[in-house]
Design a protein around this ligand. Structure first.
Ligand code: HEM
Length: 124
């Protein structure tokens, strides 16, 4: 019973952490576009503070997704397989994960670009 609640909570947090990574990446990309090496110092300082905070949160969420994915996968057969099989959506779930991995990979590339920008701004 308690284990069931924990699994449902864990599965929900797996989804929330995914949304966190995607939202933080989009926000950081948008904010990063507003700043460059020639921007006023206060603006650069503000960008760097947001960058540090957002990147810590995004990394924490990513670790959470991966760690929480393990109990989710282990409990999948007893908690999620039956309803998914009844609806005939098991292949869609697999396909959805491939898309999600692609999104996370695209997110990592975006964070690398933001990282380069941070280095340019810090040097100047
Ligand atoms: C960055 C990588 C990952 C992302 C973005 C991600 C995201 C998601 C999302 C959004 C769902 C919910 C799908 C739905 O309810 O319709 C989900 C489901 C699930 N995830 Fe992940 N996940 C990732 C990695 C993992 C890993 C590494 C594991 C296992 C070790 C895992 C195991 C599962 C399982 C078993 C489900 C339920 C079946 C399904 O809906 O596909 N996930 N994942």
């Amino acid at each position: 019973m308690v284990l069931g609640y924990l699994i449902i909570l864990n599965n929900y947090l797996h989804d929330v952490a995914t949304a966190m990574v995607i939202s933080l990446t989009l926000l950081m990309t948008y904010i990063g576009r507003q700043v460059d090496a020639g921007s006023p110092p206060e603006q650069k300082e503000f960008f760097l503070r947001i960058y540090r905070y957002f990147s810590r949160l995004a990394l924490f969420s990513l670790v959470w997704i991966l760690a929480g994915g393990i109990p989710r996968a282990l409990a999948f057969n007893s908690y999620e397989l039956l309803p998914a099989a009844q609806k005939g959506i098991v292949p869609v779930l697999i396909f959805k994960h491939i898309i999600l991995f692609g999104l996370v990979f695209a997110g990592i590339l975006l964070w690398r670009r933001i990282n380069h920008k941070v280095k340019r701004i810090t040097v100047n």
